[in-house]
Design a protein around this ligand. Structure first.
Ligand SMILES: *[C@@H]1O[C@H](CO)[C@@H](O)[C@H](O)[C@H]1NC(C)=O
Ligand SMILES: *[C@@H]1O[C@H](CO)[C@@H](O)[C@H](O)[C@H]1NC(C)=O
Length: 472
């Protein structure tokens, strides 16, 4: 088996952690133990994948091809065949290619990237679709003939809860794939795997997933042209960087949806990317100043003394934060009237001296206060804005900082926006804050799943769990 496929070209046939020769052979794959433990021991070769079933069809925005699974290797069952691949020419420097089930709607990220009415012209790129043993797809930068995306290694899988796309890339200079702990901005390509799943995880374990997810990379080609790729998928996923150089994307839901931005400079790539997904906001001038934030002042005296010391030693200080110890028992939209008595007046004082004040809010609220005590929860309950259980009706319950158990505002619900604005405006009349730091919005839950436990179904317990840290 070891001689069949060069170590650098092996496609991992057993991406879960505990594979062995028996379980590998059962999938119809090859097994070879290699000294370098990062190289997959269980693998298949590039003959496995999908083949084109008929002539490509021209569409308004480009091309559509139908693909059929060629072989019977199945990693997790429930393989979908045929699948459709749409290639859309959005602008002269932006294209999209997506693979989906033509017979059944699957989840797509509700981020509207406006396509043009007709296919763009004067493109910086060419595409090629060829069908030999398996169908191969290539994106080529016209000017330099550099191949930016090439699927000849195979590895396409499209099953209900496991989708994989593998591509050769033109250089090892890859940046991006936030948010992870890694030793340099330029990534190591020696079978490094990054899981993407947002989690309140401080950076304590190399390569682990952290608070945010940003499935975008930029590649600097060998002649210093640059391109970027967005994998528009919000399901739990991982990406593997291997030495060919190649990338393997794996996700456990949704579709395979890629946007490529041809630059050609890194600045152009970022401009084209943010034109598609939205620009970052223009921050207020004061927020670029010196800010001090910490948890655990625990009383207004310590807070005042801290601010006073900075002033005394002439340390620049433009913005002060209040972490959740300013709250009454860690409950949003309250402040501790004993330990932080006089906080509204102190904030006014700071603001009169030209400083600004930011409060921390957490996106969960206790549901267990006696009736008539805690309006933020009661109003939210009345408006029906909490994240729901799968019955679509009862709120999902977890445990976080406040006393009792907590519910979580569903920020995808427009009524939640109404509730949030109402609560923030009302609270600003009490504490005249200038900004809000929304902490723990991964969202964080101290338990595993909701109370009293997650249903045993294939959504909660998927056949493949991507390579990340979780409480699972
Ligand atoms: C291989 O893994 C399977 C499943 O985890 C296990 O049942 C089996 O005993 C293992 N075989 C060997 C030889 O380790
Ligand atoms: C896959 O197909 C080959 C040849 O068609 C057959 O020999 C083999 O038993 C099949 N494997 C599985 C797991 O179905």
């Amino acid at each position: 088996s070891c001689a069949l496929v060069a170590a650098s070209d092996r496609i991992n046939c057993y991406p879960e952690p505990e594979g062995n020769e028996t379980t590998c052979m059962k999938r119809g794959c090859h097994w070879c133990v290699t000294e370098d433990t990062k190289v997959p021991f269980c693998f298949y070769n590039s003959k496995h994948g999908y083949v084109i079933t008929s002539q490509p069809q021209k569409t308004q925005l480009g091309w559509r091809v139908l693909l059929r699974k060629r072989d019977n290797i199945s990693l997790f069952g429930d393989d979908i065949s045929p699948v459709a691949m749409d290639i859309e020419f959005h602008t002269k420097n932006r294209l999209r290619f997506k693979i989906y089930d033509p017979g059944k709607k699957r989840f797509e990220v509700p981020l509207r990237i406006e396509p043009p009415l007709n296919a763009a012209i004067d493109l910086l790129y060419d595409i090629e679709v060829t069908s030999e043993v398996i169908t191969q797809f290539r994106v080529i930068r016209k000017k330099t003939k550099t191949v930016l995306w090439e699927t000849f290694l195979g590895g396409l899988i499209f099953s209900n809860q496991f989708m994989q796309m593998m591509t050769a890339i033109p250089s090892t200079t890859i940046y991006g794939f936030g948010e992870h702990e890694h030793p340099s901005f330029k990534h190591d390509m020696n079978f490094i795997q990054y899981g993407m799943f947002s989690r309140a995880q401080s950076p304590v374990q190399a390569f682990s997933n952290l608070y945010g997810v940003h499935p975008f990379y930029m590649c600097i080609e060998n002649d210093f042209n640059a391109h970027g790729v967005l994998f528009l998928n919000s399901n739990a996923q991982d990406v593997t960087l291997s030495p060919y150089p190649a990338l393997t994307f794996r996700t456990i839901g949704g579709i395979l949806d890629f946007y490529m931005f041809l630059g050609p400079t890194p600045e152009n790539v970022v401009q084209q990317y943010t034109a598609a997904v939205g620009r970052s906001f223009l921050p207020p001038y004061w927020s670029l100043g010196f800010q001090l934030s910490r948890w655990g002042y625990n009383s207004i005296d310590v807070l005042k003394k801290t601010v006073g010391r900075l002033k005394y030693y002439d340390i620049p200080h433009d913005v002060q934060f209040g972490d959740i110890d300013y709250m009454e028992r860690h409950m949003d939209f309250t402040y501790d009237k004993t330990n932080f008595a006089g906080l509204p007046e102190f904030i006014k004082e700071l603001k009169n001296s030209g400083m600004h004040y930011i409060i921390v809010l957490d996106p969960f609220l206790t549901k267990d206060e006696p009736q008539g005590i805690y309006k933020p929860y009661e109003l939210g309950q009345e408006m029906g804005i909490w994240v729901k259980n799968s019955d679509g009706n009862t709120p999902a319950v977890g445990k976080a900082w406040p006393p009792g158990y907590s519910v979580f505002p569903d920020y995808t619900n427009p009524r939640t926006v109404e509730w949030w604005i109402h609560m923030c405006v009302e609270f600003k009349r009490i504490l005249d804050f200038d900004g809000i730091c929304i902490d723990m919005n991964e969202p964080t839950n101290f338990g595993t799943g909701q109370m009293p436990g997650c249903d045993k179904n294939i959504i909660n317990y998927p056949p493949y769990v991507p390579d990340f840290l979780c409480n699972y």
